[in-house]
Design a protein around this ligand. Sequence first.
Ligand SMILES: [Zn+2]
Length: 704
Amino acid sequence: MNLLSKKLWSYSLACLIGMASFWGGSSFAAQNVKISFDQYHGYNGTENYINKVAQTYPNITKLIEIGKSNMGRPIHVLVISNMNNGTTIDKYVKLTNKRKEGVNNVTPMESYQGKPGHWICGAVHGNEYTGTEVCLYIIDNLVSGYGSDNEITKLIDTKTFYICPMVNPDGVYNSIERGLSQRSNSEMKDNDGDGKINEDGPDDLNKDGSITQFRYKDPKGEYVIDDEDPRLMVRLGSDETSAKQKYSVIREDKDNDGDGKYSEDSESGIDLNRNFPEGWFQDNGMAGGSGDFPTSAPESRAVVEFLTNHRNVYMAQFYHTSGGFTYRPMGTAPHSQMHAKDVAVFDFILGKKYLEIIGEEVPEAWQKPDSLAKFKEELKKTSKNKYAIDRGYVLPHGWRVSYDEERDRRYSYGMAADWAYKQYGTYSLCIELWNPAKDIPNFPEIEGDETRLKTQRALLKYQDEKHGGIYFVPWKRYKHPEFGEGEIGGWKSQYSGGNAYPGEPLLKVCENHWQYELFRAGLLPEVEIKDTRTNVLYTTDNVSGATVTQKGDQITVKKGLSQGKYKIVEVTVNIENTGKLATHVAEGSQLAGLREDVVWLIGDHKKITFLQGDPFQKLGVLEGQMEIPAYKDMANSEQGQQRMQQRRPGYPEGSDRLEDENRQPQKGPKREIKWVIAVEGAAPLTVVVTSQKGGTKVKNLTIQ
Ligand SMILES: [Zn+2]
């Protein structure tokens, strides 16, 4: 089997979903660890795969356990980057903990932390394992493409991917391996206070490996059998009546502890996507709630700790599954709380590309950013959404915020993507991956009311035709210990429609989102040392006799003796961010945990004296090569002005923050830095430019 057919064999359905994208990807690459997407991998399959990849590709991958779930399952991040290149600042400048002087307690950095980083994770919600599959697909394309596809090879050489397929491994295990759909994490908790832990969860009464449903005849029941497809149960509206037989429908479950309640003490714990520190609040510990405090869950804590210790991440992705659209930040606040530049990057660059990839119409305003004023005027007449008017566009279906702009109130809280943007400084997204109407070929157009029912019918039909009907368990008589005669049946919970169906639909979702993350990786900043020059001005025996003054870029030297053992040297370094976006997200440049880009001139202390310029020079934030559409308009708008004047609590006025107007940092993607130094003999010099998110680069200098 040649390389191409190998790839096509594993993606046996590739031809059906458009070859073009495959030719553009890593089609010619060797797939040394086989993977296909004709079934879900679940917890065990995912663990097997990422372990095999790490063993097979030691030069470009590293598997890290970033924490353990409550049930003791590892939370794994697969790092993908060339492990044999790259460097970090601590190899040149010793990092110490200022509060514990003399103690060498700063963890050494890995070389891949010196490259711009891209975080991608799935299954924050355990029953949204499409995200896990997309992570595996991305891993496969990256490792298989290395060495054969130029774009992928360059990305792995110069960037770092952190891929965490299962943030919530317990949720994935229960959802797939046990057939018990579980959104939250698992907790060892006595929810009903009877002294026993997790003793009354749902039950696989008929032992078929999936928690389905139990229906029984009940005059007070709220369900009737669907006329069109008698396998489906239809819920009657509150004022709806029917002459048909009524049923009650419950989850497959019994009362294990005899307290008259069902699933009141299951393994299911808290909603991890409400347990992150941004906008978190206590929702009284309700089941599926936000937890006792931000990052109280080991899973969300592992993610926050890992990212906090890996500051190079610039792009972040938190996959979910329901709907086929993106939530960009924020959920807890309107866009007036975001930096105007970030709003422009999110919508005009990231949003536009996303809509193009999923095949949705791009708002006219995004295509004509120069006409925003006109769009604002038009919106004033038609919209009551003040945020839409302020921007000049209503956010489209496919690219939205969970903040309720119409009612001006927050919808959600403690969300991972909000935290990763607002407190950590990334262009983070929460993509809801799956929309059957778009991702299943020839899915009937669903209109009018009863969309849920119509979708269910279409899904049933699809799985009948493509999968022999095995996703739905036919109703079968069962005598329930508490409810008596009835039937067990319904969707197998793994395939109940919340996730992309294996095969063609899943491959389409995977391919679209691989292409999208490739696009995002292509926007990462990249700091480079473009040019270095050394110019010996004169030599002297007495350094203290050498004086230098600098005004702008003019350096004046008062000569010492014309001969001597010290060379007085002017060093010029040109630095540029050759990446498309700035070295910090605009919001990130204000965060206490982030620092501006810096350049060091390093040499032997005993042989080098700095006459002009400190060894360490601040560069501010280097802008990227890409012009940000509409940014100026955004910044000048009412909301934008409001935002610019705000400071986050805790930042003292006039402090050395990057947005301090008085400092007037240099603008643009380029910097020219000069030093004048006295060098004894032929002491070697090293220039190290280091940007937390734009990478670390080094160049050795020789003085002629
Ligand atoms: Zn979700």
